[in-house]
Design a protein around this ligand. Structure first.
Ligand code: KG4
Ligand code: ZN
Length: 357
């Protein structure tokens, strides 16, 4: 089965053509436009700016992804005019008619304007091209990113799912497809948000996770230490807002922050975040006798985190390919293919507050 999936819950606009064969989930295309350069200028996402860019990109990205699924050219067009020719739109429509059996769409959680762009586009395509539509929870899809490019049976239930993104930090237990329990999550800021807020304190690039990771790697002799919040608590909760306050206090007490000290702060921040993520993920797998741990979300791109969690776990830990760690449409498709539940198009509504049912 081959489907088209669409993701537009935050600042990315992404479309993918993805298929499930007897054993494998394969992304034939995954085409993403991001408005991050605009948000980098403002140091954070301004929802109206993100949604307006998505209005501009959504149809060209979908067309590009449909065409790429046949040509295997996965390069995202840098210029919309590369796509908007009558001939290309006609080809994309034909591929949608001929190759695509259903349309999957992120309906929450996320920014309302951004979600609306994707949801209403998907509903319109489903209606006009007469295709079933599958609404997908963006958070669950981050975990299912691990199925892309893998054999379905390689992943064994029960598994612990750890979502670590810019907006969410959650631990779940999956006992089969369509069946999961929420174990715990952050009480305030998300792990990625903590990276980004510390980045702002240190005037780093936005989003700050990758730069903090790079700078931390340069530290061979750590001299700064921050508390790892809730690391000793006997639950699956997280809290990262206190870390930002601790770093902020530390920064304000310094006369001068040179490059070395900046790197030290990055190291200590990253360590405080990683230590608690690793501890609670391992506690969860022990308590529930899980066979695997699956991690997803932007922070799962962090190599140091990957190495530490994998080396401390006595069961396999899976991370998505980097392309599928941050927001992308292929993961929405992977979730839809393995949890195939269609809905009538007019029963689907963008839900910014969607969490775990
Ligand atoms: O999943 P994602 O792309 O978007 C949301 O759904 O939120 O996650 C974005 C977050 C940002 O906070 C960013 O700083 C963080 O992922 N991130 C990283 C790394 N790459 C992205 N955090 C730590 N290390 C990284 N290498
Ligand atoms: Zn996400």
């Amino acid at each position: 089965m081959r489907i088209l999936s669409i993701e537009s819950s935050c600042d990315e606009t992404s479309a993918s053509v993805i298929e499930k064969s007897e054993h494998n989930i394969t992304a034939l295309s995954n085409t993403t436009a991001t408005s991050m350069t605009i948000h980098a200028g403002t140091g954070g996402i301004i929802p109206e700016n993100a949604a307006r860019m998505q209005v501009k990109y959504i149809l060209p990205i979908i067309a590009a992804s449909l065409i790429a699924s046949r040509t295997k050219n996965t390069k995202t067009p840098t210029n919309i005019s590369e796509i908007i020719s009558e001939e290309k739109i006609r080809l994309a429509n034909q591929i949608l008619i001929d190759d695509i059996e259903a349309i999957a769409i992120t309906y929450g959680p996320g920014l309302i304007g951004s979600l609306l762009v994707g949801v209403e586009t998907a509903k319109t395509l489903a209606y006009t091209f007469n295709k079933p539509i599958i609404p997908v929870n963006h958070l669950l899809a981050h975990i299912y990113a691990n199925y892309i490019g893998r054999k379905e049976k390689e992943i064994k239930f029960p598994f612990v799912g750890l979502i670590v993104s810019g907006g969410h930090t959650d631990l779940l237990l999956f006992t089969e497809h369509n069946k999961y329990t929420w174990l715990g999550g952050t009480r305030d800021d998300a792990a990625g948000e903590a990276f980004d807020k510390v980045g702002r304190l240190l005037n780093l690039s936005y989003p700050a996770g990758p730069e903090i990771e790079q700078r931390a790697r340069l530290v061979s002799n750590p001299t700064v230490k921050f508390k790892s919040p809730l690391i000793g608590s006997n639950d699956f909760d997280f809290s990262f807002s206190g870390l930002k306050t601790e770093v902020s206090r530390f920064v304000s007490e310094q006369e001068r922050i040179d490059t070395n000290l900046k790197n030290q702060i990055c190291y200590a921040t990253q360590k405080a975040i990683i230590d608690v993520l690793v501890k609670k993920a391992l506690n969860a797998k022990d308590e529930y006798n899980a066979k695997m741990v699956l991690v997803g979300g932007g922070v799962s791109a962090n190599e140091t985190f990957r190495k530490i969690l994998s080396s401390q776990s006595d069961i396999p830990v899976l991370f998505p390919d980097k392309e599928y760690s941050t927001d992308n449409a292929a993961m929405i498709g992977a979730y839809a293919l393995l949890n195939y539940k269609t809905k009538n198009w007019n029963d689907i509504t963008a839900n910014p507050e969607l969490y775990f049912a």
